[in-house]
Design a protein around this ligand. Sequence first.
Ligand SMILES: NC(=O)c1ccc[n+]([C@@H]2O[C@H](COP(=O)([O-])OP(=O)(O)OC[C@H]3O[C@@H](n4cnc5c(N)ncnc54)[C@H](OP(=O)(O)O)[C@@H]3O)[C@@H](O)[C@H]2O)c1
Length: 316
Amino acid sequence: MAQKKVIAVVGATGAQGGGLARAILNDPAGDFTARVLTRDPNSDKAKELAKRGAEVVAASVDDVASLKRAFQGAYGAFCVTFFWAHFSPERELTNATAMAEAAKHSGLQHVIWSTLEDTRRWVPLSDNRMPTLMGKYKVPHFDAKGEADHVFTGLGVPTTILLTSFYWDNFIHFGMGPKKGPDGKLAITFPMGDKKLPGIAAEDIGRCAYGIFKKGSELIGKTVGIAGEHLTGSQMAAAFSRALGKEVGYNAVPPEVYRSFGFPGAEDLGNMFQFKRDFEEYFCGARNLGAARSLNPSLQTFEQWLGQNKNRIPLE
Ligand SMILES: NC(=O)c1ccc[n+]([C@@H]2O[C@H](COP(=O)([O-])OP(=O)(O)OC[C@H]3O[C@@H](n4cnc5c(N)ncnc54)[C@H](OP(=O)(O)O)[C@@H]3O)[C@@H](O)[C@H]2O)c1
């Protein structure tokens, strides 16, 4: 039997990396094995992955030496950064650079870099349609990721650039689920007008990444954008109404109102949704549903995702 190829998975105890680790573990006859990177090999999530057959190694994206050790001897790696753990685009760029350097050092044959657009290519800092944040960003949690694309390619790392989409899981974990308005009716709130938001089940990101690795070298040097569906706020609200059996409306607020909501990251997310609204054609076009489904035939629609997850969405 040919030796299995090791995929080192950053963030494997989290959403994106977890989806990839489970996709590899669920396919024991496949060509790959999962090496899970975690800061704490003794956590319940790490132990659960070990029990299912993953190799678990201690590493942090803040420590390039630990990444070099963790990538050693692997065939490939899935690389992702954790903006919402620290709210620092500079730290994301530093972390991405460390992963790219470790990948180069270890001679990896295929890296997937989970990224998003540097929105300043579309909305330069001088464009006042949205405020500049943190001195030099329009959408801080996008821009540094996009900036880091060049670090991987510049070092000559054989990379597939993976453009991800809004997780529908944000309705569970990120406080974005339906809320009661002054009229007592449930509604979801986005500053998207009648434009479409590409969305995806977080688990499907990792499954698409697995599909990319399975294609061998075909997608190295390419950018792959994925989504489960492109839906307007009204379409998502209608799907919620059907799934929950009670009316859920769509509250389309202007981006400046969303930015003023005051929760941590509200300005960043207000700018992000405005970018997706103002550049809908580009943004949806870059996230091809058919391509995502060909990488991951079990790709969920929003309705399917809601069917599985509606009871996990906190409702007032
Ligand atoms: N929410 C969305 O809609 C959305 C959409 C597209 C992209 N994104 C992006 O997705 C990224 C986060 O990915 P995710 O959602 O998969 O993360 P996540 O579910 O929050 O998982 C984070 C995992 O990463 C690990 N981690 C945290 N800090 C680490 C470090 N310094 N070194 C190594 N591992 C570390 C943790 O594992 P251990 O504790 O085991 O070390 C944790 O389990 C963010 O940058 C965000 O911008 C989010």
